[in-house]
Design a protein. Structure first.
Length: 257
């Protein structure tokens, strides 16, 4: 499908429809509540009115303020939920597909993969909801919190993680918050938006290079969240405490096809 081109005129937003598979490029002839018309190299087309500035403030996907929040930064809360089973199996989000088989549907979905593989679930959460809803439970997306990122980017990643989780819960899904951190400065926000004494998930990929830093954040998480269970994706360090439920990385890629 061709991609729309966006233009702004005063407080009005337009989406240029396509004609013959090409983006409309031209002059807007007139503006009305039903839209506008434009001329292009390919002939006349229609410009569909998207949203007025006042309407944007009533759009939940623009405001992102539909859920209960916590902490200094008002991060959405992922509620504590009981997992209906103790035998945890996970499948990577990149290995999921629509209308998956019954064996795979018994598993949870993890997002311990490169960010580009799941970036769209925040921008357009409704598009992937049906596909992910067929699985037993969902870990919140592990948007990166690299230590060399500016703090505002790390904060954004944590907030997006929790918002998606709150959205999924509002649609009736079982959700486990994925917790990640960088240096000690990230402790100000990286544990926000998670209820205490629930199940959480952490990933071990790349943590061997900074074992001391990882353990500092892990122990801080234990103290602040006091999780009942901890899903650990990858091989746990021997000094990690808590009720750990390890999940092997290789086994998570062995989906039934």
């Amino acid at each position: 499908m061709p991609f729309p081109e966006y233009r702004r005129t005063r407080s009005w937003y337009f989406e240029y429809n396509t004609f013959r598979g090409k983006n409309q490029v031209g002059t807007v002839n007139y503006l009305s509540k039903s839209g506008a018309t434009c001329r292009s190299r390919d002939g006349p087309g229609k410009v569909i009115l998207l949203m007025q500035s006042k309407q944007m403030r009533n759009d939940p996907l623009f405001m992102r303020n539909s859920y209960e929040t916590a902490g200094k930064w008002g991060i959405p809360i992922v509620k504590r939920q009981k997992l209906p089973f103790d035998d945890i199996e996970l499948v990577a989000c990149s290995d999921t597909r629509a209308n998956d088989n019954e064996e795979n549907k018994k598993k949870g979905v993890h997002f311990f993969v490169d960010d580009y593989r799941f970036s769209g679930i925040y921008d357009h959460p409704e598009r992937s909801l049906k596909k992910y809803s067929q699985y037993a439970f969902l870990l919140t997306p592990d948007f990166s919190t690299y230590s060399d990122m500016d703090l505002w980017r790390q904060l954004e990643s944590v907030a997006k993680n929790r918002w998606v989780g709150a959205y999924w819960q509002s649609k009736g899904r079982i959700v486990v918050p994925t917790i990640s951190w960088s240096g000690s400065r990230s402790f100000e926000f990286c544990f926000d938006g998670v209820e205490r004494s629930g199940t959480v998930a952490v990933g071990m990929i790349g943590c061997k290079r900074s074992r001391i830093g990882f353990m500092r954040g892990y122990n801080e998480m234990l103290e602040r969240l006091q999780p009942e269970k901890i899903i650990v994706f990858g091989k746990p360090f021997s000094e990690m405490k808590g009720n750990i439920m390890p999940v092997d990385y290789q086994s998570s890629r062995k989906v039934v096809r």
